[in-house]
Ligand binder design. Structure first.
Ligand SMILES: [Zn+2]
Ligand SMILES: [Zn+2]
Length: 306
């Protein structure tokens, strides 16, 4: 899978950084792409990338602040003309997301040529699709804001060719049954497929957070994540200022990484007050400190494979 950032600024765009949008490419598990947040100008950013809007099957919105949703009506309209014709879309987000989209489209007399299924979250959400599970939990941001925990499907272990040869079964079409079914029959005998496969492997866990100050539900979303995307609106100065504005300070994110034992962390939604040089300088200082956990600040168009 691959995570790509189309916007990494907080609140307002800057010359280098657009407002929030993240794409999760589900290959090799599925052909689809899931978007998380659609800040203003997201569709312009996507034009500089190979991503096709027609492949976007799901959009998840973390919360209703403008830097996370103002690009939605435009992107949904363009999807009609960019390969989305007749391809259903699922839009998941806080209460009000349906009204926001339908009102924007109806007042501008925009008509989509594909259906949208809306799922509005109240307190939390459990959702499954294509073998993926998605859990959402409410965070602490002044207005309802959610973190999403995505678990990819389990993959079956590789086939033990020698063990199959030992029972007389040479490589061929029958191996597909061993790979995909619980049992298989050979020479009139029934075998358990798992005896001829390696250990099945759990799919990676990805945690994508909406804006928040530290709260208990963060731990649930981030626990043992292979990849976490989290905001740090403030990457220097006093923690209390960040938390007073219902945002996270970089030290809050470091605490979460350590407590939840996150493997790899990508930090986004840095305040628009920081320019590229500021971020690089602060990054250097943090990376040089002995107790800093593994993390990266992300820029627009950065991509990470998982
Ligand atoms: Zn924001
Ligand atoms: Zn916000």
């Amino acid at each position: 899978m691959e995570v790509t950032f189309f916007g990494t600024s907080a609140g307002l765009p800057t010359k280098e950084r657009n407002t929030q949008a993240i794409a999760l490419n589900l290959e090799p598990y599925s052909n689809s792409i899931w978007l998380f947040d659609v800040g203003e100008g997201t569709q312009h950013q996507i034009l500089h990338h190979s991503l096709k809007l027609g492949k976007v099957s799901h959009i998840f919105i973390t919360h209703m602040h403008g830097d996370h949703i103002f690009g939605l009506p435009g992107l949904l309209s363009s999807r009609s003309f960019q390969g989305g014709d007749g391809k259903p879309l699922t839009l998941i987000g806080p209460k009000g997301i349906k009204e926001f989209v339908e009102m924007s489209l109806s007042l501008s007399e925009s008509h989509l040529n594909y259906p949208i299924t809306y799922i509005e979250i109240d307190e939390d959400l459990s959702y499954s699709h294509d073998g993926f599970t998605v859990e959402a939990r409410i965070l602490n941001h002044g207005i309802p804001s959610y973190g999403y925990r995505i678990e990819a499907p389990e993959t079956t272990g590789t086939i033990n060719v020698q063990a199959l040869r030992d029972i007389g079964l040479e490589p061929g079409p029958k191996y597909q049954e061993v790979k995909l079914q619980d049992t298989f029959e050979y020479n009139g005998q029934l075998y358990q497929s798992q005896d001829f496969r390696g250990q099945s492997k759990k799919g990676p866990i990805i945690a994508i957070f909406g804006d928040t100050k530290p709260c208990a539900n963060e731990q649930y979303i981030a626990q043992y994540a292979d990849l976490m995307v989290h905001e740090a609106t403030y990457i220097e100065g006093e923690k209390t200022l960040a938390n007073n504005y219902h945002h996270s300070h970089i030290d809050d994110v470091f605490d979460l990484i350590k407590h939840a034992q996150v493997k790899h962390s990508l930090i986004t939604h840095l305040s628009n007050r920081y320019n590229v040089e500021d971020i690089e300088q602060i990054n250097q200082a943090l990376q040089n400190k002995a107790d800093t956990p593994q993390f990266s600040f992300v820029k627009d168009f950065d991509s990470f494979k998982i």
